[in-house]
Design a protein around this ligand. Sequence first.
Ligand SMILES: [Mn+2]
Length: 316
Amino acid sequence: MENKKLNLPLTGIPTFCKAPLREDWSNLQADVAVLGVPFDISVGERPGARFGPKAIREASCVYALSGSGFYDHEIDAYCMEGVNIVDCGDVNMSHMDAQRCLQNTYEAALEIISKNPKILLVSLGGDHAVPIPLLRAFKGKGPFHVVQFDSHLDYVDERYGIREAHNNTMRRIGELDYVTGMTAIGIHGISSTSREDFQKARSQGFSIIGPREFRRLGVEKVVAKLPKGGRFYVTIDIDVLDAPWAPGTGLPSPGGLDFNELVDTLRGVAERGEVVGLDLCEVAPIYDPAGTTGWVAAAALVDFIGAIFRERKKRT
Ligand SMILES: [Mn+2]
């Protein structure tokens, strides 16, 4: 009897897409480095996003890579064909010290992208404060435009003396001199960000598109608002999706985008320019007994990574 190990989704160690685990980041020799950031100390409401990386990785095992990718008949292409992924494991979390966790996140991201300059860093949050240290680590990768998919604008400057929580993210990112512009897509519902902060964001050139405007324009015209041939960092807060799509999150948000709207826009971003990095945050599986949110997040990431490398191939 043949004793070859079957690489089935339900067997083995659940790394992202069952990619090899690499704990030595000095020479990764891959296209994509996946990094988990199980941090959820910055939320003011419901924690649980620390379990996000595990939930996304577990769901992603259904996309265990064989090298040939996955056929998508609607675009007649193999998603992820030839894309070489490694899973770098998780950032060290010191559960008594939020600042140290964010510092560790910065150092981990910096180590991966400085030692592997061509690699695409894909980070799995964690709450949405995680992009603050991530984007600081991208200082050598600028200039670029940040595209945010989110229900909330996360543009609060300071509240109760707190400046680096998950509702301060875009404010802090906008302060980086190598971030040349920002576009927020899907912002909806009653927000934690005030009218004054929305006005301030717009006055600083932050383009904000809610779901109603998104649907009025359609994906193509939304994408056309991004700089053509630009370089993009993409941050996805899973609560950009309508609440039934992503119940496993701290602040489920009715009135959001549906899955195809998110994925089609991500494909559009990949087509529009060069994606230099991305993260997906706020998956909190403890609120989602059906486990759907991790699956939705994994599917969106696999589709987006596939689109990025498909477009890169077309450009070369
Ligand atoms: Mn957010």
